[in-house]
Ligand binder design. Structure first.
Ligand SMILES: [Zn+2]
Length: 97
């Protein structure tokens, strides 16, 4: 799917519709001391079998595609919001119109 790089969205700060620039959302690196990471490490120490069972339970492996998420930045005030397309798709391209 092709999307324009600049779209008009409602800005909470401005109170009106303003042009927003889209940027691909990237997940941050997980904290090493977070609870989920500690559990993962514990199961890794226990051996391959245990690790496999836990991994299967926690992560959704069966879904191949992700719902594309973007960070929309207001061109007037610079406020940032998330812009999500609620549909799974293989590929999304941002195109300048
Ligand atoms: Zn704004």
């Amino acid at each position: 799917m092709k999307l324009p790089k600049e779209i008009k969205l409602y800005c909470k700060k401005c109170g009106t519709h303003t042009p927003h620039t889209l940027k691909e959302f990237k997940r941050r690196q997980t904290r090493g001391l977070a609870w989920g990471e500690r559990v993962k490490r514990r199961y890794k120490l226990k051996g391959y079998g245990a690790n496999k069972i836990k991994a299967h339970r926690t992560t959704a492996v069966y879904k191949q595609n992700k719902k594309p998420t973007f960070v929309a930045r207001c061109s007037v005030c610079g406020a940032q919001t998330y812009f999500v397309i609620p549909k799974r798709m293989k590929k999304v391209e941002l195109v300048t119109v």
